[in-house]
Design a protein around this ligand. Structure first.
Ligand SMILES: C[S@@+](CC[C@H](N)C(=O)[O-])C[C@H]1O[C@@H](n2cnc3c(N)ncnc32)[C@H](O)[C@@H]1O
Length: 342
């Protein structure tokens, strides 16, 4: 075997290990305890606070230091201690930019089960989604029936929204020029909209999602939570915002949703703002493209017919929904911003 291939194949053989060990560290609260401590923490201090068996914790930390999730530094008492890296700061559960809820969602048995049915889905006979094959119903019915999983999903979406929304505000603030009212369709627990309304206080926000999702959403100043079904009708506003909503659906369903969005905005000055991945035809240079391709696989595993789209595919669904023009803005994020006009 060529040595490069040998290294690569072991990465695939034990690919799940990294996710599992990081999940273990989140569940134990390793990053939280080190952050609270405020300086490098020895293994024995860490084990004492976490109430862990020291030699097993040592093996977990040795693995995570090797992958630069944590680092080791002198404690000042002739010993070494563990401290946070930019990566493990994202694992602090109550941190501002935490990604811990997303890792807990994706590593949950409910979300891991569907991957076992991916090949069955790719076959011509693969009629049901891997999620349904594993869990007996589609993702949105499952979240409605299981409030615990719904919370896990909404918390995960909220932490991704906390990363993406500032990138949108910074990368293309002009998108919100002149917008006085904004409805976030499939807005989850309202995190993205709350950040937009905070940045642009003139905007009156409507967070629109399935009734069980908005029933559990927190109240934010300047935002009204409205429950409903985007395939039936969408509350009226100057502009519609859809983040990671359309990628859950196939072209026909997207066109139905986008037509409802058109009905919700003024014909002359209204617009639809989509924050979703735009796959590049030639993507070799983009360091985030691998995430977009992974998301596309996640859409195949978790949704009935969702997918990530190229610019050409976005062009098709937007024109079929009656939008006359659109532009795509790249930002420092997995998502791009598409502005579409009636
Ligand atoms: C992938 S999540 C995105 C959440 C949020 N936009 C974000 O980026 O954080 C998709 C959202 O669509 C919502 N959704 C699914 N079906 C819906 C429907 N028929 N009407 C309204 N919302 C729906 C889900 O409840 C979920 O909150």
């Amino acid at each position: 075997m060529e040595s490069g291939a040998e290294v690569d194949i072991w990465n695939y053989v034990f690919g799940y290990t990294k996710m599992a060990v990081v999940k273990c560290a989140i569940e134990l609260g390793v990053a939280d305890v080190i952050e609270n401590h405020g300086s490098p923490m020895t293994l024995s201090d860490l084990a004492a606070v976490l109430r862990c068996e020291p030699s097993r914790l040592h093996r977990i930390m040795r693995f995570l230091v090797h992958y630069q999730v944590f680092k080791q530094e002198p404690t000042g008492q002739h010993s070494m201690g563990f401290s946070l890296t930019p990566l493990s700061r994202l694992l602090v559960k109550h941190g501002e930019n935490t990604m811990a809820p997303f890792i807990l969602l994706e590593s949950s048995p409910i979300m891991l089960g569907p991957w076992h049915s991916l090949s069955a889905r790719v076959l011509e006979s693969g009629n049901i989604s891997p999620f349904e094959a594993a869990n007996g119903m589609d993702l949105w019915s499952y979240t409605e029936a299981n409030p615990g999983h719904s919370k896990l999903l909404n918390d995960a979406m909220a932490c991704a929204a906390r990363l993406a929304t500032p990138a949108i505000i910074e990368g293309c603030p002009e998108v919100f020029d002149g917008v006085e009212s904004l409805v976030d369709v499939g807005g989850g627990n309202g995190t993205a909209l709350s950040l937009l309304v905070k940045q642009f206080p003139r905007i009156r926000g409507i967070n629109f999602d399935l009734p069980h999702v908005v029933a559990a959403a927190p109240k934010f100043e300047g935002i009204e939570n409205v429950g409903g079904d985007m395939f039936v009708s969408i509350p009226h506003a100057n502009a519609v915002f859809l983040m990671w909503t359309l990628h859950d659906w196939d072209d026909k369903e997207c066109i139905r949703i986008l037509k409802k969005c058109r009905e919700a905005i003024p014909e002359d000055k209204g617009k639809v703002i989509i924050a979703d991945a735009v796959l590049e035809e030639d993507n070799k240079g983009n360091e985030l493209e691998f995430v977009r391709l992974m998301l596309d696989m996640a859409m195949m595993a978790f949704t009935n017919k969702g997918r990530e789209r190229t610019r050409k595919e976005w062009d098709y669904v937007l024109r079929e929904s009656g939008f006359t023009r659109f532009n795509v803005k790249s930002i420092q994020a997995v998502k791009s911003v598409i502005e579409a006009y009636p």
